[in-house]
Design a protein around this ligand. Structure first.
Ligand code: 13P
Length: 135
């Protein structure tokens, strides 16, 4: 499964802790991230992560493009709901595309935990359904 990991600045520490805690699951999948988030995860966990541009420089859009190509299976996006972001339209677009293509999207650690545990137990039927629909 292809999993995108993204965190705003105030949530990066949470993302690092999450990646450390869930490394045994995450390392079984193909990981993608926006620039700074990806570097923080790599430094803390040595997980293999494909890094895109930083969010404000187009990273959310690059991940959005993968979703639009039906080439992303899950998005874990720890958003900061308390700070205005200069690239808010890109963030909204990424979340909208997740809904368009039935890609599970977790915007906080609680949901992310449930998604990864579901993945661990093979709950991936939602993606198979989406694949069938796209044919
Ligand atoms: O801004 C982001 C997502 O909207 C995250 O980008 P970085 O991981 O480069 O900080």
């Amino acid at each position: 499964m292809k999993i995108a990991l993204i965190a705003h600045d105030q949530k990066k520490e949470d993302m690092v802790e999450f990646a450390i805690a869930y490394k045994p699951i995450l390392e079984q999948h193909e990981l993608f991230a926006t620039g700074t988030t990806g570097q923080r995860i790599i430094d803390a966990t040595s997980l293999s992560v494909t890094r895109f541009r930083s969010g404000p420089l187009g990273g959310d859009q690059q991940i959005g493009a993968m979703i639009a190509n039906n080439d992303m299976d899950m998005v874990i996006f720890f958003r900061d709901p308390l700070t205005a972001q200069p690239h808010e339209p890109d963030i909204s677009a990424l979340m909208r595309l997740s809904d368009v293509y039935h890609v599970p999207l977790a915007t906080n650690m609680g949901t992310a935990e449930v998604l990864l545990k579901g993945l661990e137990h093979g709950f991936i039927d939602f993606r198979l359904l989406a694949e069938r629909r796209s044919k």
